[in-house]
Design a protein around this ligand. Structure first.
Ligand SMILES: *Cc1c(COP(=O)(O)O)cnc(C)c1O
Length: 636
């Protein structure tokens, strides 16, 4: 085994550029058998970089030669709140190492933006020492020891890669320090690394969106030594022992520091106050108390039932009759006639034996997954599943196997190769909430049954939307039901709460085992009665579902006519923009034109896959849909 050909270690390098300007680069040392996957991973990374799309990608595999092992530099975080403070701190850290001209060194970053490698600079005279100044010095042939050994893979995240590089450089002969400013416009961090002082990560050293940055290696010693220093940095194979590092990017310890990092990364989130119910139009507060009317393309109230007079009256009537809150868990005082009636109604509507109510759809997913799976079990989860499913998986303690999105062959292969677990559970969104595509339920059920696995499908965006009368995927495909169908009362049913449609036996099981059902207060009668009334409206007025489908068809057709390619199987219409800042700017421009549209970006979707997410309602008028198309054509 030791000497088998397969166990040979090889260096894999990726460099990507556009118009000759460097976009990204990465280094790995992996076993020969892992080379194809590593090449694929690095190519994918090169293609999806926020700095742009490359026109040239260079992938190289080579023999590492003799490898040496180094211990990772110790990491500390220096919190700074703006670039000026960050630069001052960097200079102080360098000065503490006996490097005095730190300000001048910082200034050398200006104008070095297109440099692919690092500058090698004499720490005292500030002379450039590398023979090829346009190219710089490139640190290559390095990885974490853990990556090669196939253990905790700290080589996979950007932070660990930075530690590996800094550790190698700090150990090169004659190097007294390294200064790095991230050249990624999405990051504002930098670091100062020295062999004795370790890796000092500085939280803010530049402005968000600034593509400038780079590395300076500081050298002290005779000129004759420079060649050996460059040889070490460029060709000595190095494995860095990262076992003492956490695999996660370190975050500031203080709340304000962490908030600062979120803001600096342009990822702050804020609640927006709407000053009217959300129909197809809503009022938003503007500057100086001005109110504006926006066409809403972002609401999950697909059938416009949240403000339907019959639904509102049912809530008001239930509040008068049963009170505002239920006063306890379902198992103590929280079960009232409206709860029992809605559970019956939901089961009948969805075609199941029974239904179990939860306070929210989120809690339904957490409650079902944690009841059905625990340590020793396996959960198979689609890679694009909703956050509440991901949280349910984590909380269950079961081992989670993530399969490729909607790929039933991948699911089948993973199920087949994982026999032996006590219980196997497969969970998928019915309608995927960021792409709007729908699960192939018949195939999903076949795969689950063939492998003896329990099936769970989340129909949060399917109820009231998918199927001729809005009953969901089983109606749409004319097939059977999964073991558990999870749903929410908060989308097309216009209220709030969640549910699981199941067999009688499974309902008993959930009532006995599902902690959010047992330990959280039952939803109040007003929201329960409202959902029940909405369900009656949906049953009596199936034209709403048909109308919604026509509206989606109309919007998709108009968008494609305008050259915007979209596809959906639901009421969610994603317009993929790609770049994060572009998506946010487009949503802002749409708002200026009178449309409320959500920009969805990393980490909700993959980096470089940012999008505008349009949600259609049955009550949108053709004029509203046409006007949003026209506005979209202008802004994307
Ligand atoms: C919205 C949503 C949920 C959560 O439902 P809430 O009732 O809002 O808590 C669960 N799953 C999916 C797929 C969703 O889109």
């Amino acid at each position: 085994m030791e000497d088998s050909k397969e166990s040979r270690a090889l260096c894999v390098k990726m460099r990507a550029s556009c118009d000759g300007a460097h976009i990204s680069g990465a280094e790995r040392i992996v076993r020969e058998r892992a080379v194809p996957q590593t090449l694929a991973d690095l190519a994918a990374r090169a293609l999806h970089h926020s700095k742009g799309t490359p026109d040239f990608i260079n992938l190289k595999v080579e023999e590492p030669g003799a490898m040496i092992r180094l211990k990772a530099l110790q990491v500390t975080t220096v919190e700074t709140s703006d670039p000026e403070e960050g630069r001052r701190k960097a200079a102080e850290l360098l000065a503490a190492e006996g490097i005095d001209r730190a300000d001048e060194i910082m200034a050398m970053f200006e104008g070095s933006y297109s440099l692919r490698g690092a500058m090698l600079v004499d720490a005292d005279t500030l002379e450039r020492l590398e023979p090829d100044r346009a190219r710089g010095v490139r640190a290559t042939r390095m990885d974490s020891a853990q990556s090669l050994e196939g253990g905790a893979n700290c080589g996979k995240n950007h932070f660990a890669e930075a530690i590996v590089l800094a550790t190698k450089v700090a150990n090169a002969p004659g190097i007294v320090g390294e200064l790095c400013v991230s050249d990624d416009p999405d990051y504002v961090t930098g670091y100062v690394a020295t062999k004795s002082g370790g890796y000092r990560r500085i939280t803010v050293v530049k402005r968000m969106g600034d593509p400038g940055g780079g590395r300076i290696f500081l050298y002290r010693g005779p000129r004759e030594g420079v060649a050996e220093t460059i040889r070490f940095i460029e060709s000595q194979a190095v494995l860095v022992d990262c076992s003492a590092l956490s695999s996660m990017t370190p975050r500031s310890a203080s709340i304000s520091g962490e908030l600062g990092e979120i803001a600096a990364a342009g990822l702050s989130r804020k609640c927006r106050e709407l000053e009217s119910p959300t129909g197809p139009v809503a009022l938003v507060g503007g500057k100086a108390g001005a109110r504006r009317e926006l066409v809403v393309m972002a609401s999950n109230d697909y059938l416009d039932l949240a403000r339907d007079p019959r639904v509102v009256e049912a809530a008001a009537e239930a509040a008068r009759r049963w009170g505002a809150g239920s006063g306890g868990s379902r198992l103590t005082t929280g079960t009232q006639p409206p709860h029992v009636a809605l559970e019956r109604h939901l089961a009948q509507f969805k075609g199941s034996e029974a239904a179990v109510l939860y306070a929210t759809g989120y809690m339904a997913n957490v409650g079902v997954l944690t009841a059905l799976a625990k340590k020793g079990d396996l959960i198979f989860s689609d890679e694009l599943n909703h956050a509440s499913i991901i949280d349910g998986c984590r909380l269950s303690g079961a081992e989670v196997v993530v399969y490729r999105h909607a790929d039933m062959d991948d699911l089948s292969a993973r199920l087949a190769s994982a026999r032996g677990a006590r219980r196997r559970v497969v969970v998928s969104d019915g309608v995927f909430s960021m792409d709007g595509d729908i699960l192939d339920l018949p195939r999903f059920l076949d795969v689950c049954r063939a492998n003896g696995a329990l099936s769970i499908v989340d129909e949060a965006h399917a109820t009231g939307v998918v199927g001729a009368t809005g009953r969901g995927l089983a109606e749409r495909f004319g097939c059977g039901h999964p073991d558990v169908t999870v749903g929410t009362l908060s989308k097309a049913l216009g209220s709030e709460g969640g549910f699981a449609c199941v067999s009688r036996e499974m309902a008993d099981y959930l009532v006995n085992k599902s902690r959010p059902f047992i330990f959280s207060t039952a939803p109040g009668a007003p929201s329960v009665a409202a959902a029940d009334a909405a369900l009656y409206v949906l049953e009596r007025e199936p034209w709403r579902v048909a109308r919604l489908r026509e509206n989606v068809g109309f919007l998709v057709e108009r968008l494609s006519r305008a050259g915007v390619k979209v596809s959906t199987g639901s009421a969610i219409v994603p317009v993929v923009v790609g770049d994060e800042r572009k998506a946010v700017a487009a949503a802002q421009a749409l708002e200026e034109r009178g449309f409320l549209v959500s920009a969805i970006r990393y980490p909700t979707v993959a980096k470089g896959a940012a999008r505008l997410r349009l949600a259609v309602m049955s009550s949108h008028t053709r004029e509203q849909l046409e006007s949003v198309c026209a506005a979209l054509r202008d802004v994307v």
